[in-house]
Design a protein around this ligand. Structure first.
Ligand code: ATP
Length: 512
């Protein structure tokens, strides 16, 4: 199965089992907006808890807030979003399809990189043991030609985007002979800047209604509350403020399922530090965040850092943690050293001091900020896509299993009476009524036991217990493990311990 087919089947799976639905589906859907279903919301809530506990509970100097989505419109002028939160867009005149100009170029560069890798693979096959990859990359004419081209286009793209030269961006698209994937033509419009913020009106009467924005990031709600939290929480620098909440971006090209949405959720933490100490904190947070990801157990090779060479106007260092999604390595989290840009801007635009008196140095200053910013939906997709597995079993049957980290699974335990009579359902209910206070349980008595196991495998339930006639006499049940499919007979009174041992978030948090 190709990666593309795998991606399609995991999207279908997410719908079939109640993880994710297209928004407004009965009206043919709303593009790039999704609803989380009955199991999706459980998984999402568990991810949030993992992040929140790792940030707020385990760090004495980090506290959380929940700020409003609507904020004073001046905030977005101060932050630079009104003036500069733009993407360059371009339309194809024949298909009338709209694209992000930078993405067209990035896809073109990615294709060149792909060609290089294919050539290297071919070389590997041809030369076998004697293959010297470094030498091959340095001398093979096809590799070299594509390398030069990829570097040249990357340099030109960065230069024209950085200088805001949109005509040069268009020219580069034309020079690279990039065609519209739909119409196949190269009949392009001018490149224009498009602001990604959604706006709406606040106020009941149209004359006095003011334009306000749906926040495109949660961070600004933290910056404008910096002094409130610092004073009321008697926080001492260095300290952090964390928040989980919705953000909205009118993305030009929204695709790849929940990877790029128009309404999504962020988990952000702003860490306020002494000026001059930001780079060492930046390095510390890079390391700490990677550890958080690795503790999920999805595999080290799935992650890599991408250090930004092109920095945003507010940053003096930035790196992404990229994850290997089914469509390749892409940004999952950003770690940015934002200097004192945001607080200084709010000081300027609001006229209120955004300073901190440092009792250790006897100085007043505007703190510097290191932020960690991760998309909740992207984290969901990372976990979900790398857990999804279609297997052929030894007996020739197929099974779809979601190998979710057990502590995040929406349902931890399925309680299954072997038959619907002889007191087995009542016995099963009693076990469930006891364990439901500790973990999320699901009761299921319909269909054969094999079918019920498959249903639980497909939603990632780490444990199933089966109650049979023997259970009534010796108070034991059969426990079945999702990943190994092994089964063993255990006393009912041991169940809580066995399950909690495997699904405990504490164990994972202790690793980070
Ligand atoms: P990208 O380059 O993919 O557009 P970005 O650099 O604009 O992302 P940030 O502004 O740094 O993203 O936002 C922080 C995090 O929020 C990202 O790492 C990502 O996980 C998440 N995120 C950003 N935009 C979206 C979106 N449209 N849909 C889902 N998640 C998003």
């Amino acid at each position: 199965m190709t990666q593309e087919e795998l991606f399609k089947s995991l999207i279908a799976h997410a719908k079939e089992y109640g993880f994710i639905f297209q928004s407004s589906e009965v009206y043919d859907g709303l593009s790039a907006v999704y609803d989380y279903g009955q199991l999706g919301v459980e998984l999402k809530n568990n991810i949030k808890k993992y992040w929140w506990d790792a940030m707020v509970r385990l760090n004495e100097n980090i506290v959380g807030i929940d700020s409003a989505i609507f904020m004073h419109p001046k905030i977005w002028e101060a932050s630079g979003h009104v003036g500069a939160f733009n993407d360059p867009l371009i339309d194809n005149k024949d298909s009338k399809k709209r694209y992000r100009a930078d993405v067209l170029l990035e896809d073109y560069i990615a294709k060149l990189e792909e060609k290089i890798e294919k050539e290297v693979e071919k070389g590997k096959k041809k030369f076998g043991e004697t293959f010297d990859e470094a030498q091959f990359r340095a001398t093979n004419p096809n590799v070299l030609r594509n390398r030069v081209k990829a570097d040249e286009v990357t340099a030109k793209m960065n230069e024209s985007l950085n200088s805001g030269d949109l005509e040069a961006v268009r020219q580069l698209i034309i020079d690279c002979e990039i065609a519209c994937p739909v119409s196949g033509s190269r009949n392009w419009t001018e490149v224009r800047q498009f602001n990604l913020m959604f706006s709406t009106q606040m106020g009941s009467v149209s004359e006095d209604a003011g334009t306000i924005y749906l926040r495109p990031e949660t961070a600004q709600g933290i910056f404008v509350n910096f002094l409130n939290v610092q004073k009321t929480g008697r926080m001492k620098i260095p300290f952090g403020i964390a928040q989980i909440g919705k953000a909205f971006r009118n993305e030009i090209v929204a695709r790849q399922f929940i990877f790029r949405m128009r309404e999504f959720e962020q988990m952000e933490m702003q860490f306020f530090v002494r000026p001059g100490e930001e780079i060492s904190w930046f390095e510390k947070w890079k390391e700490a965040r990677l550890k958080w990801h690795l503790a999920l157990g999805l595999g080290e090779s799935k992650y890599r850092f991408h250090n930004h060479e092109k920095l945003a106007h507010y940053a003096n260092a930035a790196a992404d943690i990229e994850f290997e999604f089914p469509f390749g390595f892409k940004e999952l989290e950003g770690i940015h050293s934002r200097t004192d840009f945001d607080l200084s801007q709010h000081q300027k635009f609001s006229g209120k001091k955004m300073q901190y008196f440092d009792p250790e140095t006897n100085e007043n200053y505007v703190p510097y900020v290191v932020e960690t910013s991760i998309g909740l939906d992207r984290t969901f997709l990372a976990i979900y896509s790398s857990s999804y597995c279609e297997e052929k079993l030894e007996n020739g049957e197929d099974r779809v299993v979601l190998r979710l980290p057990a502590f995040l699974a929406p349902v931890k335990l399925a309680v299954l009476p072997l038959v619907k009579k002889d007191g087995l359902p009542e016995f099963a209910r009693k076990i469930m009524d006891d364990l439901k206070y500790d973990v999320n349980c699901q009761y299921d008595e319909k269909d054969s036991i094999g079918k019920r196991y498959r249903r639980q495998d497909a939603i990632g339930t780490p444990f199933c217990i089966t109650i049979d006639h023997q259970s009534l006499t010796d108070n034991t049940v059969t426990i079945r493990y999702r990943d190994s499919m092994e089964q063993e007979r255990v006393p009912v009174e041991d169940l809580r311990k066995i399950i909690e041992e495997k699904v405990s978030m504490r164990k994972v948090l202790e690793q980070i």
